[in-house]
Design a protein around this ligand. Structure first.
Ligand code: NDP
Length: 241
């Protein structure tokens, strides 16, 4: 099926590995011109072609804006922005350091504000565009030990809905994806017994793969989802229903 993404200019943050890399590969396979923003270089694709990687710390205002400006300078437009970069700094609240709270908000939530603001003006002018924010099922149902992370992910949901309302009159769509337990370097460090507990809570009975999230992102960013905005789509095997 043609997802109508050929020659679309897509910016994907946190595309050096995990879900972001899977999304970037899939968007590219559909013919989109993908720019990958992360602090460390994006891994080379299986095919060997070197991806468009832009060094960027999304938590830093100047760096985030420079990342978008670099794409605008090269292409003149951004059709799709995926705010995917994210980190965890888990801990029980009594032991959580203020810097662990702050860095998670800055990386996961403040970054989406910087990057969305930088593309919104251009998208509004062109009366088209799409922003996808990668939230999390824990932004909906919560998770002990992740107050900082789940607050940032719940914040992204409020941000998504407000921005969707703000930009909809000019045809710009804003949606969120809420993955459940996806196998990436972020979840690799979870202790085995806790992984089993998580697995037991997934009705579909398996851990998600980065491709599961990437496939849904492809749909949400394609014209096939032209009538969807302000949506939070859970890709979690039923974990958060
Ligand atoms: P990974 O840890 O595998 O990848 C995280 C990506 O974010 C990397 O590419 C990293 O690149 C980038 N990143 C982190 N900090 C910054 C920064 N300051 N500036 C730019 N890029 C940054 O995580 P996942 O692929 O698992 O997660 C991707 C998104 O999906 C995150 O937002 C995460 O919260 C969310 N998610 C993941 C779930 C899971 O189970 N895996 C579940 C629900 C949501 P680099 O280090 O090179 O900068």
């Amino acid at each position: 099926m043609d997802l109508l993404l050929k020659d679309k200019i897509a910016v994907i943050t946190g595309a050096s590995r995990g879900i972001g890399a899977a999304m970037a590969d899939k968007f590219q396979a559909e013919g989109a011109r993908v720019y990958r923003l992360s602090r460390t270089p994006a891994r080379a694709e299986a095919g060997g072609a070197s991806p468009n990687w832009i060094a960027c710390d999304v938590a830093d205002e100047a760096s985030a804006e420079a990342g978008i400006n670099a794409v605008l300078a090269a292409e003149g437009r951004v059709d799709i922005l995926v705010n995917n970069a994210g980190i965890t700094r888990d801990g029980l609240i009594m032991r959580m350091k203020t810097e662990d709270w702050d860095i998670v908000q800055d990386t996961n939530l403040r970054s989406a504000f910087f990057l969305s603001r930088a593309v919104a003006r251009h998208m509004l002018k062109r009366r088209e565009g799409c922003i996808l924010n990668i939230s999390s099922v824990v932004g909906i149902i919560g998770n002990g030990g992740q107050t900082n992370y789940s607050a940032s992910k719940a914040g992204l949901i409020g941000f998504t809905k407000s921005l969707a309302r703000e930009l909809a009159p000019r045809g710009v769509r804003v949606n969120a994806l809420a993955p459940g337990f996806i196998r990436t370097s972020m979840t690799d460090t979870i202790p085995e017994e806790f992984k089993q507990k998580l697995l037991d809570s997934i009705p579909l009975g398996r851990v998600g793969e980065a491709e599961d999230a990437a496939n849904t992102a492809l749909f949400l960013c394609s014209p096939l989802a032209a009538y969807l905005t302000g949506v939070v789509l859970q890709v979690d095997g039923g974990m958060g229903m």
